[in-house]
Design a protein around this ligand. Structure first.
Ligand code: GLV
Ligand code: MN
Ligand code: MN
Length: 422
């Protein structure tokens, strides 16, 4: 029985290989959930899982789960690790993929060391974490944790009008297993920070102890399309103007500089969309976040009131659709302490941190103790092709994940043997 050693070079090579799947002729990487590129990425990852001897299962919402049973007693609840491999539009290569591929590297290292397991290890790539095509985000893990019925999720239409059911069938990932078929003993997710804090403070490891609340809504404003040259300003019902005023209100009143509330209008479209036509319809989405539930709810309320008033003043009507609403999550204190202890043993600097991004771990926290490990993101940049974390930093995070999995699935003693770390 040897001490497990991570193959950092293979982890990096796989990240780069997966990062080419879905790269268009324009050089941009886009692997939206349920797309052909997602199917190709899944094929690659499932192939690596099978080559490592994992039993691969696809559940009814397309979650891809590889199980390493090893010497663990049949029926023992698995330690689950993983993340997602779908991406945003024009993405980087690390978001989500790092957690899945580092998880695979951890399993391979434990296997190579001849580790005897007290519990199986399950490696998950959850469906549609990003939520760019299908809302809400974290959809696969939400269903896995019992927060939405599979049938409801499968009926959701993507931004292109295709249902999740149709998209998964088209790429051969409409599975049969019931989501939640493995109830985890614990869930650990390794992820890039996607923000500037760790880099700014020169810290190697973030022990993520909480995750902020997320509210997604879309709005359709209806006014009247009319001639730009003949309609006096006083007689206009300009839906585009109301959208612009609402966006400015968000920055000025709801989410000013220095506050904890974050507001983003990431999509905006005007219809009919012509230089000489007053916009009759404006559509936009709003992503609101805050670590405090009461503040998040208050921000939603204040925005709804302001939007109604702005619309009324212009003779415009408002239709609101809720796309996602997740309260802030506290992660498991015991797991967070384990992450800190592992970092300390490895002489890696570490601090507790709040996740600004949504993650599958927040859903798994509904059914088992869960926590996350963060590594720095260069320049705090993510959801952007410039997303970067150095090979050293990636290896450090994977080592902390290795320690966590080893301690949970193969504790020292008669059942488990090899210990990661220290
Ligand atoms: C997921 O990437 C999010 O939007 O936080
Ligand atoms: Mn992610
Ligand atoms: Mn993301």
């Amino acid at each position: 029985m040897n001490r497990p050693t991570l193959d950092d070079a293979t982890l990096l090579a796989r990240l780069r290989e997966l990062g080419e799947v879905g790269r268009g002729a324009d050089g941009r990487l886009t692997r939206l959930a349920g797309s052909a590129a997602d199917g190709a990425g899944r094929d690659l990852v499932a192939g690596w899982m099978r080559a490592a001897g994992l039993a691969v299962t696809i559940d009814a919402v397309g979650n891809l789960i590889g199980l390493w049973q090893g010497s663990a007693p049949v029926g023992a609840a698995p330690v689950m690790i993983g993340s997602h491999i779908d991406t945003v539009i024009d993405a980087g290569i690390y978001d989500g993929c790092y957690g899945v591929l580092a998880g695979l590297a951890v399993i391979e290292a434990l296997q190579a060391a001849g580790t005897r397991l007290a519990r199986p290890v399950a490696l998950a790539a959850f469906t549609n974490e990003e939520g760019v095509r299908f809302a809400p985000d974290m959809l696969g893990s939400l269903v896995y944790a019992g927060g939405m019925a599979p049938e409801e999720a499968l009926a959701i239409r993507g931004t292109d009008g295709v249902t999740l059911r149709e998209a998964l069938a088209a790429i051969g990932y409409a599975g049969e297993a019931a989501p939640g078929f493995l109830r985890p003993h614990a869930y650990l997710e390794l992820h890039i920070e996607q923000g500037p804090v760790l880099e700014h403070e020169g810290i190697a490891i973030g022990a993520v102890d909480r995750l902020q609340g997320i509210s997604w809504q879309s709005f359709r404003l209806s006014g009247e399309a009319n001639h730009a040259g003949t309609t006096p300003m006083a007689l206009r019902r300009d839906a585009g103007l109301v959208a612009a005023q609402a966006i400015a209100f968000l920055r000025e009143a709801i989410a000013p500089r220095g506050g904890t509330t974050l507001a983003t209008v990431g999509t905006l479209s005007l219809d009919p969309g012509a230089i000489n036509v007053i916009p009759g319809t404006a559509r936009f989405t709003l992503d609101l976040r805050d670590p405090d539930e009461a503040r998040l709810a208050a921000a939603e309320q204040r925005f709804a009131t302001a939007l109604r008033q702005l619309a009324e003043a212009e003779g415009v009507t408002v239709e609101t659709t809720r796309l996602a609403r997740f309260a802030p999550v506290l992660f498991d204190a015991g797991l967070v302490a384990r992450i800190e202890a592992s970092a300390a043993r490895r002489k890696l600097s570490c601090r507790r941190i709040t996740s600004g991004a949504g993650h599958d771990a927040q859903m798994l926290a509904r059914i088992c103790p869960a926590a996350m490990i963060f590594v720095p993101s260069q320049g705090g940049i993510s959801h952007n092709p410039r997303e970067f974390t150095s090979p050293r930093q990636l290896a450090d995070g994977a080592a902390v994940l290795l320690d966590g999995v080893a301690a949970l699935a193969a504790p020292p003693g008669p059942a488990g043997a090899a210990q990661g770390g220290s």
